[in-house]
Design a protein around this ligand. Structure first.
Ligand SMILES: [Zn+2]
Length: 246
């Protein structure tokens, strides 16, 4: 018992010594195309050493995926334990970071992704939620997505259980709703996609039509753009090659 106490004391002392003398460093690896390191609180690189890459460009130490180009630039990607990417950065030939895109995820108790946030150079770029729609595919379908544009506007996309877009709400830079598009996706009795109807602020504004030609080729044969009063603004008819014929 006494021996254990002494051991414990030594452990406590060494922890104190460590935190007293050494700087706190991040647990996660930082990396560029050439090397990896831990970052100290003051931004200093601690324990920097060259990547140890396998034939797939994966570093055996930091687990970063390094793609190097002839001009000396590189992409560096890190994944979490589920294989979802958490950061993706480009470095120029001088080792300067060109951009970094990072993602955070939420998973449910089954390990399914339920939400994600993606940042570009630290600015929130998109926030998405996911749901499982019960099909055999073991991958979640996007349920909602908020996309932030550089000019301060944003778009909120909602998807139906099928994964088709149900609506898009467009926001002004001040956060007020600019307009709303609602989508209705058309399928025939055999589940073939037959086109879509788009309404803008509740009024039908666009409709597309698909069909099979005699060779079984599936193509869009007509698009109609509507005016706000419901009259037809423009009707375009296509052949199977996509050429406008009317
Ligand atoms: Zn590495």
């Amino acid at each position: 018992m006494k021996k254990m106490m002494v051991m414990l004391l030594i452990c406590l002392m060494s922890v104190q010594l460590f935190s007293g003398c050494a700087q706190q460093v991040t647990e996660a690896w930082s990396a560029d195309g050439a090397s990896h390191w831990h970052e100290a609180e003051n931004g200093e690189k601690v324990g920097e050493e060259a990547h140890s890459l396998d034939e797939n460009g994966i570093c055996s130490v930091c687990a970063g995926e390094i793609v190097k180009f002839d001009d000396g630039s590189a992409f560096v990607t890190f994944y979490n334990e589920k294989g979802d990417f958490v950061s993706w950065a480009e470095y120029d030939s001088n080792g300067e970071q060109v951009f970094v895109q990072t993602s955070e995820y939420e998973y449910d108790e089954m390990g399914n992704m339920v939400a994600s946030k993606t940042y570009m150079d630290g600015s929130l770029m998109e926030e998405c939620t996911y749901h499982f729609t019960g099909d055999e595919e073991d991958y979640p379908t996007m349920a909602t997505g908020m996309f932030y544009n550089e000019d301060g506007t944003k778009e909120y996309w909602e998807y139906d259980d099928r994964g088709d877009v149900a609506s898009i709400t467009y926001y002004d830079g001040d956060g007020s709703v600019s307009y709303v598009e609602t989508y209705e996706t058309k399928y025939d009795e055999n589940d073939n996609y037959m086109g879509e109807k788009i309404s803008t602020d509740g009024a039908l504004s666009y409709e597309s039509f698909y069909e099979f030609d005699e060779d079984g080729l599936f193509y869009m044969y007509k698009e109609i753009y509507y005016n706000e009063d419901g009259t037809i603004d423009n009707e375009i008819v296509y052949d199977a090659e996509g050429n406008v014929i009317e």
